[in-house]
Design a protein around this ligand. Sequence first.
Ligand SMILES: NC(=O)c1ccc[n+]([C@@H]2O[C@H](COP(=O)([O-])OP(=O)(O)OC[C@H]3O[C@@H](n4cnc5c(N)ncnc54)[C@H](OP(=O)(O)O)[C@@H]3O)[C@@H](O)[C@H]2O)c1
Length: 264
Amino acid sequence: MTSSKKIAVVTGASSGIGSVYADRLARRGYDLLLVARRRERLQNLATKLEQTYGIKAETFVADLEKEGDLARLESVLASNPAIRVLVNNAGIAKLSLVAETPMKDSLSQIALNITALTRLTHAVLPAFKERNEGVIINIASVLAVHALPISSIYSGTKAFVLNFSRGLQQELASTGVRVQVVLPAATATDLWDISGVPLAALPQETVMSVENLVDAALAGFDQGESVTLPSMADAGLWERYDTARSDLFAATQTGKPAPRLLSL
Ligand SMILES: NC(=O)c1ccc[n+]([C@@H]2O[C@H](COP(=O)([O-])OP(=O)(O)OC[C@H]3O[C@@H](n4cnc5c(N)ncnc54)[C@H](OP(=O)(O)O)[C@@H]3O)[C@@H](O)[C@H]2O)c1
């Protein structure tokens, strides 16, 4: 992923993980399209990255939960042939018991974490496939494979991102289009305070810096990983998990009720 005058689109670039992806992709020579709601933060980052790396960075102010903004971005993604990388990073967490979560918070997570990510992926895919070139990086979470009482909705949205990405990887296996799904564990960003669980409340030894997270995720990309858990030392763990998952699926293909479930 080194290039000049190709454009990388980063959603949620105004803070946290997205802002560091923007920096690292600019360092690799990409021009940028930086997407989020906070115009001033996007503009400041764009100016800094242009000065630092001599690339061109444009901003695209959009609320990706809103139909009109999403449609505007979709049409840019579908029509600009210089776009070669999409980092689907924008996401939110609202961590609370379902019964105590306002419906609008649940729907917000679904709209941003699932619907926007899906629509933006749809928007870039035809051109990526046509050119047989392109990179999609989907930011999921380790909560894609784990649910806590307060993370039912968030975990559900990230499980979608994981399975959506895994299916896409198979669809695109014989093409030059790459999909990487990244499963960060706790990372020091604003997400936590916004989620209702303050970052300061987490055991600090479990929290990764945002720079380490993005650099490790990109190292995983460079090494050809399709699923990257940046904080997991034993890569074999994922292999074993995925083999068990696959065996589980195969074991359901019997067409008969399991003996233990037959009524006596
Ligand atoms: N931090 C962690 O521990 C952690 C762990 C696992 C996964 N993740 C995932 O990492 C991704 C990035 O999160 P982060 O930790 O970097 O949090 P963050 O600092 O809060 O960044 C979230 C980004 O998403 C943007 N965003 C939020 N709502 C939006 C909307 N409606 N429309 C457009 N953009 C919107 C925000 O920008 P504006 O407010 O300017 O719109 C911001 O740039 C998310 O998908 C998150 O689920 C984070």
